[in-house]
Design a protein around this ligand. Structure first.
Ligand SMILES: [Zn+2]
Length: 91
């Protein structure tokens, strides 16, 4: 069971982040919290090698920021126990 973070992951919207912008890797989506924000969705993230918009789309589609992270994120049942507040997504 993963503990609830104080902050919401900027990618998957689950509360997984303990310290904001400290390069934590989210266990739910595998986004590395490099300081990207929803206001800068189309800026390439150096840590994640993609934009936040693309990562959010990928999480919606396959449950992780990219195909290589699918096997690294928590299971759906672990995820189900976590708090999530959905924010607008942009297609
Ligand atoms: Zn996440």
């Amino acid at each position: 069971m993963i503990p609830e973070g104080r902050f919401q992951c900027v990618c998957c919207d689950y509360y997984t982040v303990v310290d904001r912008h400290s390069f934590e890797v989210c266990p739910v989506c595998y986004w590395e919290d490099d300081g990207s924000t929803m206001a800068r969705l189309d800026v390439e993230s150096r840590s994640n090698h993609m934009t936040l918009r693309d990562a959010r789309k990928s999480f919606e589609a396959i449950g992780a920021i990219d195909q290589s992270a699918v096997s690294l994120v928590v299971s759906a049942s672990e995820r189900a126990g976590l708090r999530r507040e959905l924010r607008a997504t942009y297609h």
